[in-house]
Design a protein around this ligand. Sequence first.
Ligand code: C5J
Length: 225
Amino acid sequence: MITVPADPFPYAFPPGKVALIVIDMQRDFVEPGGFGESLGNDVSLLRAIIPTVAELIALFRREGWPVIHTREGHLADLSDCPPSKIRRGKPSLRIGDAGPMGRIMVRGEPGNAIIPELAPIEGEIVIDKPGKGAFYATSLGADLERLGITHLVFAGVTTEVCVQTTMREANDRGYDCLLIEDATESYFPSYKAATVSMIAAQGAIVGCVAPLAALSAAVEKSEAA
Ligand code: C5J
């Protein structure tokens, strides 16, 4: 086992059974000129975590542990998008409308792609998800089962929406979860802070939380032993 100092207690994981899930590091959420910015959000907050997420991905790739990427998006005919989801948001810019980087939240459009800095490499699983949670209406559960994964490490955006939803789904399915706190971000710093603390609250009710440095040091220590 590798043990990472974490909040609220150390997070121990078996190296052969851990995977990284990078949530929705997509152009429309993270890049200037995308959908997120068009809604008035400050994307520089999200862009600040790119180097940390890249370092985390590099660590998993170096160790040969699976890296799984997710993208929130819908089929071109929006048949997988509930009307209630379309109705929400800014009335002038809805899911499926033409946005600054193609149709908003539609698979295959430029804005739906993962940012080039964190692009998946050959062999890595990419989950296209119609919901906030990555388990809902996707192959993620079956993929993790096939890979024999029991422990999940999380990064990505936004902390309080898709990251938290997916962590809760994973927690309910019996996965032991760790959130890398400096590899996740929100457009709203107070929402991130609240989410990070509620995840670890009540004895890790959703999972443990640690910075990337703690995970990296624990992995290095296990290699030196
Ligand atoms: C949102 C996400 N916020 N990836 N998506 O709609 O958190």
